[in-house]
Write a protein that binds this ligand. Structure first.
Ligand code: ATP
Ligand code: MG
Length: 140
């Protein structure tokens, strides 16, 4: 299986509850290596650019407001099959549907305030990583 990279974001609901370390422990426990990490706060323009694919969705404005409501921690994760592996660790978008033991089942507050983002394909992972990090900030 090929070594891949995926983009992770620990969302404002999780940083507000001081869960960065607890979530990182679940990430590392699943065999994903955190090879870049920064805590930041997005502007409206940052969030709109990142979630541009969702611009037409009814929840877009709420999502942008939520993602700019507090600090976030943006990460690059590396492992064999990292994209799918992290999606499995995250659990379903709606925590009510997430499998037992997943980050969203354990920590998410709602379908919107669902604690983490993870890229949904290798192609989107590359785009998201390029948008969020300079090459020198990623140390594998
Ligand atoms: P993410 O892209 O954050 O990893 P995802 O791929 O599981 O999540 P998407 O469909 O890409 O889900 O939705 C992006 C984000 O938009 C979700 O994580 C959630 O925060 C928010 N969202 C999705 N669906 C809804 C909804 N029906 N109502 C409110 N917010 C939603
Ligand atoms: Mg998504």
């Amino acid at each position: 299986m090929a070594t891949e990279r995926t983009l992770s974001i620990i969302k404002p609901d999780a940083t507000r509850r001081n869960l960065t370390g607890a979530i990182n422990a679940m990430i590392e426990g699943a065999g994903l290596r955190i090879i870049a990490q920064k805590r930041t706060k997005w502007s409206k323009a940052d969030a709109e650019a990142f979630y541009a694919v969702h611009r037409e969705r009814p929840f877009f404005n709420d999502l942008v407001a939520f993602m700019t409501s507090g600090p976030i921690v943006i990460q690059v994760l590396e492992a064999d099959n990292a994209v799918q592996r992290y999606r499995d660790v995250m659990g379903a978008t709606n925590p009510a549907n997430a499998a037992v033991g997943t980050i969203r089942k354990v920590h998410a507050e709602s379908i919107e305030a669902n604690s983490v983002h993870g890229s949904d394909s290798v192609e989107n992972a590359k785009k998201e990583i390029d948008l969020c990090f300079k090459p020198a900030e990623i140390v594998g």
